[in-house]
Design a protein around this ligand. Structure first.
Ligand code: PCA
Length: 326
């Protein structure tokens, strides 16, 4: 065989071998997330990734990087925007300073039940889609955290009892609450929360039963006041160029699995809310309703914050609140 013929034969063989590979081209996506793998949002992401894998027969592999192992919580949005990650899960309220509408679901008592939270989401969704679209991203789905209450070391009868207390904030709004009640805010994301309690950096914070349980808060703080003040949402966002690069059936599989994850996530959130209250109690936490005074004080904080938010959010914010209250 001449050299040419031999290499032609080799080329033909190569083509034959490569053909099934090309038809089977696999795309890999990284999905940074900020909460532990056992958290219900993360478990939902794992299920979503498995669903996409199955529906695409392995064509799109999504790797979930839980617990802020790939990017820290406040960095995830920029990572998806810049394409360092193709998809990611963010806490919307973390980005309130960038655009006030991201913080609408972090305002105390604006939407303080699951039904209201869903209603607020529906009003917020077209705005979120537009903003993320302008930033080269897509909103795939969003799921509410359970309602937020107050973890604290010593019992409190009113907001005045929080004066001078070291308070963990996870967002601009939770830092503002601290200022309004005279507590000392320190921003600590969930992945560092256990450590911050263990070292005494913080002695109180507002969050869900889910995060209290995830971080074993009962080992450090013994009181939980179930104020049910707001339900912040995690949103799963996708880099638009990465999405556009998928073939049509794969795109459809992502959208379908995303819609299913949203429905599953909201149901899981409700269940986790009930379950974690029980688990906190079983681990020695006093889970208590807030006193009338504490409730009244927190409502006042909410009123101030809504006013401040409307001042900053302008006509867009007012339109959102009107749409939500309609
Ligand atoms: N857990 C997250 C955000 C809201 C929640 O319930 C946290 O505490 O960081």
């Amino acid at each position: 065989m001449s050299l040419t013929r031999r290499s032609l034969a080799a080329a033909a063989l190569f083509t034959l071998a490569a053909a099934p590979l090309a038809a089977f081209a696999q795309t890999k996506w990284d999905l940074p997330a900020a909460y532990p793998a056992t958290n219900f949002h993360s478990e939902n992401l794992a299920q979503f990734a498995a669903d996409v894998d199955k529906a695409t027969a392995g064509k799109l592999k999504i790797t979930v990087h839980a617990n802020a192992s790939l990017f820290k919580a406040p960095e995830i949005k920029r990572a998806v925007q810049g394409g360092q990650a193709q998809i990611g899960e963010i806490l919307l309220v973390n980005y309130q300073n960038e655009w006030q509408i991201f913080g609408a679901d972090g305002l105390p008592f604006l939407a303080d039940s699951y039904d209201e939270s869903m209603k607020l989401y529906k009003a917020q969704k077209p705005l979120l889609e537009k903003k993320l679209g302008e930033q080269g991203m897509m909103l795939l789905y969003a799921v509410a955290w359970p309602p937020q209450g107050i973890y604290v070391k010593k019992p409190i009868a009113a907001a005045a009892d929080l004066k001078g207390v070291k308070w963990r904030a996870y967002s601009p709004a939770t830092a503002r609450i601290a200022e309004l009640v005279g507590a000392q805010p320190v921003t600590v994301q969930a992945a560092e929360l256990s450590q911050a309690m263990a070292t005494g950096v913080i002695e109180s914070y507002m969050s869900s039963g889910a995060t209290g349980y995830d971080t074993k808060t009962y080992e450090h703080l013994k009181y939980y006041y179930d104020t049910q003040a707001w339900l912040p949402k995690n949103a799963v966002i996708v880099n638009k160029a990465a999405f556009d690069a998928l073939d049509k059936p794969t795109q459809a599989a992502v959208l379908k699995a995303g819609a299913e994850a949203e429905a599953r996530g909201w149901a899981a959130s409700r269940k986790v809310n009930t379950d974690t209250m029980e688990k906190l109690r079983a681990n020695g936490m006093q889970v208590l309703p807030p006193s009338a005074a504490l409730k009244g004080d927190m409502k006042k904080v909410g009123d101030v914050m809504l006013k401040e938010w409307l001042d900053k959010a302008g006509a867009e914010g007012q339109a959102l609140v009107d749409a939500y209250r309609k």
